[in-house]
Write a protein that binds this ligand. Structure first.
Ligand code: FAD
Length: 292
């Protein structure tokens, strides 16, 4: 099932993001966690891609398993970082063979050891280059890409960021998924600006339930997201109690999702990562709204 078709639903639906194992020894435990999440029957599940290379084949292994065992549509991530024309073509063949119809085209997080690389020598420097390649090599794929309500950390201003986003969408993106954010007004403001810039594809907001205090620092470092005072107070109050922090973080994310749906946003992507209990709790908090 193509994600673009799932996005036509008018009722709220959730999708969940998982990441592949980093080593072969953790494959079975990751596989089992992703299966638990698939049993919740989300609209789709996305599987991230380790931009460092090495374990990238596990992305497809996990995506294939979810689809085969539970019939949940999957979105396989693919990055420019550590990809060559040859490896991308190989991945596309594998994706087709596995019956996966959706690919997320990303630049990728730059691993430490590649920070000083001459990026002009990469086969794909920006996500747009990957979008072109995917569209020309396999036009039937449904292609997603990333967008940043609080601008991408490497961009100097939002105008340039949105200009590049428009070019990326025009290259052949069917939908966009946002970076995490903790203040919905940032998303509403961003949507207004990108619609004004002529970007018309569906945008799926990405919500990350913060379930422990250590995650806060990591999340801000990675995404540069703004932490509203309301969220900071919650971390101050509950950060030292793991179970209370988890409950409060899930409640905060649930609240964000309810507000998004109240503002007519019907698809929300949840960065619950490989935590079935978190995915399950978010879903059960919304059971009547989801009609389950
Ligand atoms: P791009 O679209 O290439 O943009 C990166 C920067 O370059 C931006 O500042 C943009 O404005 C600028 N830019 C774009 N095009 C041009 C151009 N033609 N000329 C000049 N500047 C340009 N990382 C992983 O490693 N694996 C994953 O699986 C993964 N999944 C993700 C899923 C989502 C939903 C999101 C939001 C992020 C994900 N990331 C992942 C992180 C992502 O790879 C990083 O945020 C990365 O820094 C940028 O990726 P991008 O695809 O947005 O890049």
């Amino acid at each position: 099932m193509k994600i673009i078709n799932l996005l036509k639903e008018e009722k709220l639906s959730l999708s969940f993001e998982v990441f592949p194992p980093k080593t072969e020894t953790s494959f079975e435990s990751v596989k089992s966690a992703t299966e638990e999440i698939a049993k919740l029957k989300p609209a789709f599940m996305s599987v991230t891609y380790g931009a460092g290379g090495g374990t990238s084949k596990y992305t497809l292994d996990i995506a294939k398993n979810i689809k085969k065992m539970y019939g949940v549509p999957t979105l396989a991530h693919l990055t420019c970082v550590s990809s060559t024309r040859e490896t991308v073509r190989e991945r596309i063949e594998e994706i087709k063979e596995a019956g996966i119809e959706n690919v997320m085209a990303l630049r990728g997080d730059i691993p430490k050891e590649m920070e000083n690389d001459d990026r002009n020598k990469w086969d794909y420097k920006h996500a747009i280059n990957l979008v072109y390649e995917l569209k020309s090599f396999e036009p039937s794929l449904c292609i997603g890409a990333a967008c940043y309500p609080e601008i991408h950390p490497e961009s100097t201003n939002q105008k340039d960021d949105i200009k590049h986003l428009k070019e990326k969408v025009d290259a052949g993106c069917d939908f966009l998924t946002t970076q995490m954010f903790f203040d919905n007004n940032l998303l509403y403001n961003f949507l207004y600006k990108i619609r004004e810039a002529g970007i018309t594809v569906p945008v799926i907001p990405g919500i990350m339930p913060i379930t422990n205090a250590n995650q806060v620092e990591r999340a801000i470092k990675l995404s540069g997201s703004f932490m509203p005072q309301r969220f900071k107070s919650l971390v101050d109050k509950f950060g030292s109690s793991p179970s209370a922090m988890k409950q409060a973080g899930i409640a905060y994310a649930t609240d964000q999702i309810i507000d998004l749906y109240a503002n007519n946003i019907t698809n929300v992507h949840v960065y619950s990562m490989n935590k079935p209990d978190v995915a399950e709790k978010i879903q059960s908090n919304l059971s009547d709204i989801l009609g389950r």
